[in-house]
Design a protein around this ligand. Structure first.
Ligand code: Q46
Ligand code: ZN
Ligand code: ZN
Length: 309
């Protein structure tokens, strides 16, 4: 395989784009494409203050790297979940996120769940009725709450996450299997700001997972290889495997699935989100917008955890 631009030996072959590139040209191509998607979906401009949620994994660190290389004002946010799983998962992912920030002279905000909320995620999950024994539901709720809080308190305009195409296609697959119309109506590269909540964007949503792995490796970004121990057996991983089989037989199937969905959504074929926008009010405890009556789901969970403790 030869690089389409220079004819040298290719490092990355993207069957879905019928494009092979050498290291140098791949490291040019990916930021160019990222910039194109940021503009196409009107994610943010160079005047916006961006907060990147970094987990220490390849996607979020690469996203941070890309935004900084493209000249955007982007700080990081690391959320310490207190997950060990026999591999020191949180400690190691924090070390790598911090290392990346230090090496590049970037600001990394930190929320330590145990210090700030009293218990680490695995303990919170034990006292919660959410997620049937799996901590992911509690974890997701806590991460969303912490991200929204930091974005609001520190005045960030945009919250950027490193979800890639494989993540988005798996979520879309699940939402379609269940015809979760309200989730479908809200799924997309940009979730507009609402009073009290920053805009949320996913600049990597059109890149395959393997494209992001290639970027991180070629850029020499040190990231945590291990998945969170609780990811094992998650439904989203099962969906990813199914989609990978499809992709293997039909290169580009995953991208077409996602892009056709975005197109259908734009044309109003997925019920307009305005019909599903729930009535929001400010949670009387934390002030974040919520559709739940009274306290928001996060504050209710914390109230229950305090009662059990
Ligand atoms: S970190 Fe948290 Fe994930 Fe681990 S506990 Fe589940 S949700 S799997 S992205
Ligand atoms: Zn080349
Ligand atoms: Zn609340």
């Amino acid at each position: 395989m030869k690089c389409r631009k220079c004819g040298q030996k290719a490092s990355v072959n993207m069957r879905q784009h019928k494009l092979a590139l050498c290291k140098e040209h791949y490291l040019e191509w990916l930021p160019e494409q990222t910039e194109r998607f940021i503009k196409k979906y009107e994610m943010f401009t160079h005047n916006d203050k961006i907060l990147v949620a970094v987990s220490g994994g390849k996607d979020s660190l690469s996203l941070w790297d890309l935004l900084v290389r493209l000249g955007y004002r982007a700080d990081g946010l690391y959320i310490g979940l207190g997950i060990d799983g026999g591999i020191g998962y949180s400690a190691e992912s924090h070390r790598l996120a911090k290392k990346f920030a230090d090496q590049n002279g970037l600001v990394l905000n930190l929320v330590d769940v145990e210090k700030e909320y009293g218990q680490p995620i695995p303990m919170l999950a034990e006292t919660s009725t959410r997620g049937q024994g799996r901590p992911c539901s509690v974890c997701g709720l806590t991460k969303r709450h912490a991200m929204n809080r930091i974005a609001r308190d520190l005045g960030y305009d945009v919250l950027a996450t490193g979800h890639n195409l494989d993540d988005e296609a798996a979520v879309l697959f699940g939402n379609t299997l269940h015809w979760s119309v309200d989730y479908l109506a809200r799924q997309g590269p940009v979730l507009p700001a609402t009073p009290g909540l920053a805009r949320k964007v996913k600049p990597l949503c059109r890149f395959y997972e393997r494209e992001m792995t290639a970027y991180a490796l070629l850029r020499g970004i040190e990231y945590i290889y291990d998945e969170c121990p609780y990811a094992l057996g998650a439904t989203s991983i099962y969906y990813k495997e199914i989609l990978n089989r499809l992709e293997n037989d039909r290169p580009g199937a995953k991208l077409t699935f996602y892009l056709s969905f975005l197109e259908a959504r734009k044309r109003g074929l997925v019920a307009g989100s305005e019909n599903f926008a729930p009535e929001l009010h400010a949670c009387p405890h934390c002030g974040q917008p919520t559709s739940a009556p009274g306290l928001c789901s996060f504050c209710r969970m914390m109230e229950r955890a305090a009662q059990v403790a």
